[in-house]
Design a protein around this ligand. Structure first.
Ligand SMILES: NC(=O)c1ccc[n+]([C@@H]2O[C@H](COP(=O)([O-])OP(=O)(O)OC[C@H]3O[C@@H](n4cnc5c(N)ncnc54)[C@H](O)[C@@H]3O)[C@@H](O)[C@H]2O)c1
Ligand SMILES: O=C[C@H](O)CS(=O)(=O)O
Length: 490
């Protein structure tokens, strides 16, 4: 299947990098292959950029900054609005591209395109609300105000698991604030990023305001983005390991940081929970994107009295899930992104079983082979197992037992991560006690799907810094300037 036969608008399939409003092959005129994770087939050959190309992109963003930041916010908002409308008009094509290069089922890809577009819509509106302050002056001869100004050139480095939304969740507020951006998408999924740039160009985003630097040499490109003095902020979404590395690299030029990192979400089922609702919440939270989201339930903590009933209900629901390639028909679980991801799931299952866990369903690679793994439920899992401390990032639901509320909170918080957490209870006192005690940036209460553009997305502890989306998201791309007007009595 060739990708262009799937598209209504084949021009959305770009394979060159986008620098200073030009589609370029890159200095070395080299390419790298983008592959379909369901089959391993090459989908396209994409420009492989190097440090020199990255410098050119940063210089283009720097040159475009004065005019873009000087544009009245309402005009920036109008351009973002047009981009949002184009994203929705081309939702099907963008979803086809996304499913082919990332593997998620088409309904999930359509959902991601709508979710990604919602950030552009939201920040088109927020652009016009970057308010300052008038501060009551303690001085008779002075007046005090603050104004908000864009941080400047932003570098954005994004992951493969949401190759559309993780870019718009950064570029939306950055452009709304008056910043210009250089994006380095994951080498696994550059086509979605390039398609976003095609539509941004059509929407009227000026040359140099948005740049897409594609390539498989992440450390070379990232080295330039994190050390170049013209870059004033790095916005990174990815693993905690790489986030820490990039933090260190940014220190030399004291860049502002936005970090959306790894997770290890607890999903707590109390004995007063609606078990059917908890099962649906688990399917939504644990198995979305075949378990490859940062906010996936990673540990299911189930109170002793309902453990067996919940385990049986969950296993029955998981067994019904269809596994297959996105374009093979109606499936709920796709392939993992690569064989390394499959190996990690297999390692977590083998480690747990070797220490006494039981396989209730799944527990082995899928008969389809390749990057497909059976959706799996393990019982009798304990906190000494790898799956208790590491983010699995795959279709594995490990069930831990707990006795009481204090035990649940202790287990839930026994991690260096603090991105998302979930719990099911119908006791209002318990809900408030647990919601306040749990160490996470976002908490789903009787709900497994919590992400939306209107709410602050982000974590605490080693899950990151800052928030994306919501009314807070624009602040993360702005500086506050304090103005003191003196001499009023002279
Ligand atoms: N908190 C969030 O919002 C969020 C969202 C999605 C994914 N994640 C996390 O990301 C991880 C999975 O995504 P991943 O495998 O793409 O993560 P990753 O950290 O390996 O890669 C993320 C991005 O960083 C780039 N990168 C890798 N090494 C680099 C280097 N040395 N210098 C510069 N760039 C480099 C990659 O090319 C990619 O673009 C998981 O831990 C997941 O929890 C977090
Ligand atoms: O995994 C990355 C995304 O942030 C997940 S979500 O779609 O924003 O919940």
């Amino acid at each position: 299947m060739t990708i262009t036969t799937l598209l209504n608008d084949p021009a959305l399939l770009q394979t060159r990098a986008y620098i200073d409003g030009e589609w370029v092959a890159g200095e070395a005129a080299a390419n790298f292959a983008v592959r379909n994770p369901a089959s391993g087939d090459s989908i396209a050959e994409v420009a492989s950029c190097n440090a020199a190309d990255t410098r050119r992109a940063i210089e283009a963003a720097e040159a475009a900054l004065p005019a873009w930041r000087a544009l009245p916010a309402k005009q920036r908002a109008q351009i973002l609005r047009r981009w949002f409308e184009l994203l929705l008009q081309h939702q099907e094509d963008l979803a086809q591209i996304l499913s082919l290069e990332q593997g998620k089922p088409l309904p999930e890809s359509r959902g991601e395109i709508a979710y990604g577009a919602s950030f552009i819509e939201w920040f088109a509106e927020e652009a016009k609300r970057a308010y300052g302050d008038v501060i009551p002056s303690p001085f008779g001869d002075r007046r005090l105000v603050t104004i908000k100004q864009p941080i400047g050139v932003v570098a954005a480095i994004t992951p493969w698991n949401f190759p559309n939304a993780m870019i718009t969740r950064k570029v939306g507020p950055a452009l709304a604030a008056g910043c210009t951006v250089v994006v380095k998408p994951a080498a696994e999924t550059p086509l979605s990023a390039l398609a976003l740039a095609v539509l941004a160009e059509r929407a009227g985003v000026p040359a140099g305001v948005l740049n897409i630097v594609t390539g498989e040499r992440a450390s070379e490109i990232g080295g330039e983005l994190t050390r170049h003095p013209a870059v004033r902020k790095l916005s990174f979404t990815g693993s905690t390991r790489i986030g820490k590395l990039l933090m260190e690299q940014c220190a030399g030029t004291v860049k502002k940081l936005g970090l959306e990192l790894g997770g290890n979400a607890p999903f707590i089922v109390f004995d007063d929970a609606d078990l059917d609702a908890a099962v649906q919440g688990t399917l939504a939270s644990k198995f979305r994107n075949t378990g490859q989201t940062c906010v996936c339930a990673n540990r299911l903590l189930v109170q002793d009295g309902v453990y067996d009933a919940f385990a049986d209900k969950l296993a029955a629901a998981v067994r019904k899930m269809q596994v297959g390639a996105a374009h093979s028909g109606e499936v709920q679980q796709g392939p993992l992104i690569n064989e390394k991801a499959v190996a990690k799931v297999a390692e977590h299952v083998a480690d747990a079983v070797s220490q006494g866990a039981k396989v209730l369903t799944g527990g082995a690679p899928h008969p389809l082979g390749g990057n497909f793994y059976q959706p799996t439920v393990l019982t009798e899992v304990s906190e000494h197992m790898l799956v208790a401390h590491e983010e699995t990032f795959g279709p594995l639901a490990p069930l831990f037992r707990f006795q009481d509320e204090a035990d649940a909170i202790r287990l839930a918080n026994a991690t260096e991560f603090g991105l998302a957490a979930y719990f099911y209870s119908r006791d209002v006192g318990r809900i408030w006690r647990v919601a306040e005690a749990i160490e996470a940036g976002m908490v789903g209460i009787n709900e497994g799907l919590i992400s939306t553009e209107v709410a602050p997305f982000g974590g605490i502890k080693q899950s990151g810094l800052g928030r994306e989306g919501s009314r807070y998201g624009l602040e993360d791309f702005m500086e506050i300037k304090y103005l003191c007007f003196g001499g009023l009595n002279s």
